[in-house]
Design a protein. Structure first.
Length: 291
């Protein structure tokens, strides 16, 4: 009886865990649907800014010159929550394979990634991440504050190249994307399309500064959306796999539970039959002996 009760309690626990995981799965699905709209809109905005930057820099290439000894800062976008499979492990593999240069610093985003990079000497700073799309704005504010703090440190004053390391939903792999400085025009510049320089209401230096700020803001939104999209897809896969395992375990436990219950029923029937037989023998009248 105690073993069957133990199985019953375990089944109730598995049902409760399955309910929690199903809720997490549904939340991941809702987040994916929401991010699909956000990401598509943000990508169009970034493409427009990049086209404007290519047009501008093809006529003012001298404004983009930078010394070669600038430090690189990689913004590594991990996860704030768990239950997302190998999301952070794949990022670590990419870093170990590509971030071997001595001038490369890391800024890790997300507590789950922070736990894995805690003792890494390449890390210049950690900041908390986001769990849903609505929290990305807060993450960007913290990131901006941290970048300003890093620039004020004398040993980090030469940070001039900033890139993002993130999971890209479109390619299905980890990407290293340069954010600053703005990418120089390709070999086939926009001069072949536009014969005259763009008409500006600002000085070229001032225009480039404001364009850079706008591009960084838009591009970071895009990479955060893309990373969060992959994170939720990973979480969805993880939840599906976990729920399938739970259902298999639950099926086995129910079989064991039913088997024990059947054995108890059979034992109870046997006891009832034996009791009835004993009562029949007891109540049977004794045969009288004639003299």
């Amino acid at each position: 009886m105690s073993k069957r009760r133990e199985l019953k309690e375990r089944l109730a626990t598995l049902d409760e865990i399955e309910g929690i995981m199903s809720a997490m799965k549904n939340l991941a699905l809702l987040e994916i649907r929401k991010l699909e709209v956000f990401l598509d809109t943000q990508r169009r905005a970034v493409v427009s800014i990049e086209a404007a930057a290519q047009d501008f820099l093809s006529f003012y290439p001298q404004l983009q010159s930078a010394p070669d000894d600038l430090q690189q800062l990689w913004i590594v976008i991990g996860s704030e929550r768990g239950f997302c499979g190998d999301f952070n492990e794949v990022l670590l593999q990419f870093l170990n394979a590509n971030a071997q240069q001595s001038d490369t610093l890391l800024l890790a985003i997300g507590r789950r990634l922070e736990a894995r990079l805690h003792d890494d000497k390449r890390v210049a700073a950690f900041i908390e991440g986001h769990s849903v799309a609505e929290e990305i704005q807060g993450t960007l504010l913290h990131l901006t504050e941290m970048l300003n703090q890093l620039q004020q440190q004398p040993e980090l004053a030469k940070i001039g190249r900033i890139s993002a390391v993130y999971h890209d939903h479109e390619t299905g792999s980890v990407q290293l994307r340069q954010l600053l400085p703005l990418a120089a025009p390709k070999a086939k510049s926009t001069r072949s399309t536009f014969s005259h320089a763009p008409i500006l209401n600002l000085e070229p230096n001032q225009f480039l500064s404001q364009l850079t700020d706008q591009y960084l803001y838009a591009a970071l939104h895009e990479v955060f959306y893309a990373s969060l999209m992959v994170e939720n897809h990973k979480r969805l896969e993880h939840m599906n796999s976990a729920i399938n395992r739970l259902e298999k375990d639950e099926t086995q436990l129910r079989l064991s539970y039913n088997k024990l219950r059947q054995e108890e029923i059979i034992e109870e029937i046997e006891i009832i039959l034996l009791s009835a037989e004993a009562l029949t023998k007891t109540d049977k009248p004794k045969e009288s002996v004639l003299p």
